[in-house]
Design a protein around this ligand. Structure first.
Ligand code: THU
Length: 136
């Protein structure tokens, strides 16, 4: 099992890989998988700003591309260079909801080294999770 501290360090290692010429706001994310491996991602921006991909989605999409399935993410660490805890955007929270349990620990960090451990359920209460439509 990777500790929160280790997962955060692994995220930090790739922070300089962020492609963020427009915001100058690098973010990295490390996922601890249920098989013990760690998958990392960074934000990748675009001159057409809406085409930007956040670090969290980069990491999750990489994991899925490598064959991991729903439920295979054990913990998530998010790292940047911020004064306050860097929390995932709403789009990334929705992507997390697709693949992770509400109990999944999420380690939020800030530049002074403090860590806030939260869960996906806390970050995304009453999330949209299923197409439970009424059959007509
Ligand atoms: N960003 C992330 O990668 N993750 C977050 O949790 C918040 C925002 C990125 C998107 C964009 O490249 C830059 O940070 C500024 O919003």
């Amino acid at each position: 099992m990777t500790t929160a501290k280790e997962l955060i360090e692994l995220a930090k290692e790739v922070l300089d890989n962020a492609y963020c010429p427009y915001s100058q706001f690098p973010v990295s994310c490390a996922l601890e998988m249920t098989d013990g491996r760690v998958i990392r991602g960074v934000n990748v921006e675009n001159v057409s700003f809406g085409a930007t991909n956040c670090a969290e989605r980069s990491a999750i999409f990489t994991a899925i591309s490598q064959g991991y399935k729903k439920g295979n993410i054990r913990a998530i660490a998010i790292v940047g260079k911020t004064t306050n805890y860097l929390a995932p955007c709403q789009i990334c929270r929705q992507v997390m909801v697709e693949f992770c349990d509400p109990t999944t620990p999420i380690y939020l960090t800030k530049a002074d080294g403090e860590v806030l451990t939260t869960t996906l359920g806390e970050l995304s209460p009453m999330a949209f999770k299923e197409l439970d439509r009424i059959e007509e």
